[in-house]
Ligand binder design. Structure first.
Ligand code: TXA
Ligand code: MG
Length: 543
């Protein structure tokens, strides 16, 4: 295929060229275009054949959907079936810009574009040339990043030329991309909205508009075996250079001593600007250590540069995971196939045990840590798992408390069990003796597996101390709120009578008296700022 080249620097004075570029799109061809994030491979989103050509040019799996690019906010209505208030608020604040919003799609959006999902991803890019091309084409443009599938996204014309010449009809040179990593992707098809891919629009900025958001686990972790990716892109090995990268945890001096000790195991380091001279091996840099923006801008280029230099094995400095840094880490950890190296102390993640009375807001604190990539082990959930239909524990319970605690389909009738087991102390003890050993065993297994992988683990256990599970924790944390506050929260949340609430509290008396000895206490009620409280603990634990 013959590829034509264009250079656009001033859209107002290059109308003819823009028209020419748009004509390729109108003819159902694929054109590589610049955006402020990375270059994209664009085609008419409403022309199925044209869209299929994108997948061919990239070698992209067909179940990985494309983002549709528009040049004015109203065009979102051409694509999305429902446009909630939240979407408009986000768009008004961050469009045009590096943010992609996922919404339920209209029927007219082809399954080829959406990879057979019921949703569509929409973005209004800020790059002037991109806007002018979409406008002139007179149609939204489906466009993935302009790299061959599996390789780093191209952030300058040169790389697109290298990868795509002969594969697409035209390539537009619009200069270097400003952001350097692809757009932030948030789906409003979940409640709360879920951040699927971090980018230059940060979680904090999204929260400003949306309030609570979830950060998909796959953002900083490998997709678990058999898990379904919320965003199909996450399941593919992405962003990988040819070189084998390993991320070395620790500060600069720890990094340098690690490299010194293991010098024979690598041939390059990927470090921050200004650190090159201190490195025992040849280096490539990606931004400065304290500026996530500069890291984002450089990360993909740096990966390509390593390949160009023939690097085989690379030790990599670890960036901060906050703000735009979350986006940098998301790309980098994938590029490194989640290989981490570090000293013994850091190899094992911290296990933090959480206790707190009903209504204290314990889950809120757990969620804070999960959002930051911690793994939660939820003792209540495990308690439900071990009493699943047909389980040995359930059989023992039926024997002890009567067959009729099982419903006709063999499921546990929890209400009935509770009414029998909490009737007197002896019965409660019997219940505990049947269920606790198995719960404790599983909690321990889950916590230790995750911690050995270097993850921070939150063990959310209402009976952390009474069960002795606090023993396997590095730290314990009590979430505290006064009784009156807790009663109101439970009333609101569970819609149960005050009598039942009081019963719950009295069942937790022993635990609460033991929990007094927790390493840390967090006050989760007015006028305390719970975030400030959590951060205080976080600073102490993670120094
Ligand atoms: O900055 C960007 O977003 C660039 C420029 C060209 O705009 N585009 C880009 O596209 O990065 P692409 O195709 O390389 O990445 C799109 C990501 C993929 O991970 C895909 O799985 C996800 O967005 N995605 C697209 N539509 C989706 C949907 N309906 N539901 C969930 N994920 C979706
Ligand atoms: Mg891509």
């Amino acid at each position: 295929m013959k590829t034509e080249f264009f250079r656009i620097r001033d859209v107002h004075n290059q109308k003819n060229e823009i028209e020419k570029i748009a004509s390729f799109i109108k003819n159902g061809e694929v054109v590589a275009i610049p955006t402020e994030t990375v270059y994209g491979l664009a085609a008419d989103a409403f022309n199925e054949n044209a869209v299929k050509k994108i997948f061919e040019a990239k070698g992209r799996p067909t179940d990985n959907p494309l983002i549709v690019h528009i040049s004015k906010l109203e065009d979102i209505y051409l694509l999305a079936e429902k446009v909630p208030e939240k979407a408009i608020k986000l768009a008004e604040k961050y469009w045009p810009g590096p943010l992609t919003i996922i919404l339920p799609k209209k029927k007219c959006v082809s399954d080829v574009v959406s990879g057979n999902l019921p949703t569509v991803a929409v973005r209004f890019p800020a790059h002037k040339a991109a806007q002018a091309i979409i406008e002139a084409a007179g149609t939204p443009l489906a466009a993935p990043s302009a790299n061959i599938s599996g390789f780093p996204s191209p952030t300058c014309f040169q790389y697109v030329e290298d990868d795509m010449t002969g594969r697409v009809s035209a390539i537009v040179d619009g200069g270097d991309c400003e952001c350097g990593i692809e757009s932030t992707v948030i789906t409003l098809a979940t409640e709360p909205p879920t951040l699927l891919r971090p980018g230059a629009v940060t979680p904090e900025q999204l929260r400003e508009v949306l309030g609570e958001i979830k950060i998909d686990k796959a953002v900083l972790n490998p997709l678990e075996k058999n898990a379904v990716a919320s965003s199909p892109g996450m399941k593919y090995q992405h962003y990988s250079p040819k070189a084998e990268l390993s991320i070395v945890r620790g500060n600069l001096s720890q990094f340098i001593s690690y490299v010194n000790e293991h010098k024979s195991e690598a041939d390059f380091v990927l470090c921050f600007e200004g650190e090159e001279d201190k490195m025992p091996l040849p280096s490539v840099t990606f931004g400065t250590s304290d500026d996530s923006f500069s890291q984002a801008k450089r990360i993909f280029d740096a990966l390509r540069e390593l390949d160009e230099k023939g690097a085989k094995k690379v030790f990599v400095r670890k960036p901060y995971e906050s703000g735009v840094g979350l986006g940098v880490c998301n790309r980098l950890y994938r590029a490194a196939a989640f290989r981490f190296l570090n000293d013994e102390k850091e190899k094992k993640g911290v296990i933090l045990g959480l206790s707190g009375a009903s209504g204290s807001g314990k889950s809120f604190v757990a969620a804070y840590f999960t959002e930051k990539g911690a793994v939660t082990v939820d003792a209540d959930k495990i308690a439900r798992e071990i009493t699943a239909k047909g389980s040995p524990v359930l059989e023992k319970l039926a024997l002890a408390f009567g067959e009729d605690i099982l419903s006709p389909d063999g499921e546990l009738n929890r209400r009935k069990l509770a009414s029998r087991a909490f009737a007197d102390e002896e019965k409660t003890a019997l219940l505990t003796s049947i269920t606790h050993p198995e719960i404790i065993k599983r909690c321990k297994e889950h916590c230790e597996t995750a911690a050995n992988e270097g993850k921070t683990v939150i063990l959310d256990a209402p009976l952390l101390f009474s069960s002795g599970l606090n023993e396997i924790c590095d730290y314990s944390l009590l979430v505290f709120a006064p009784e009156q506050v807790r009663i109101e929260r439970i009333r609101e949340r569970d819609k149960i009578s005050d009598e039942e609430i009081k019963k719950r509290f009295s069942a937790q008396l022993t635990e609460m008296s033991l929990a007094e000895k927790a390493d840390f206490k967090i006050k989760n009620y007015h006028p305390y700022d719970v975030y400030e409280e959590i951060r205080r603990v976080e600073r102490k634990i993670f120094k």
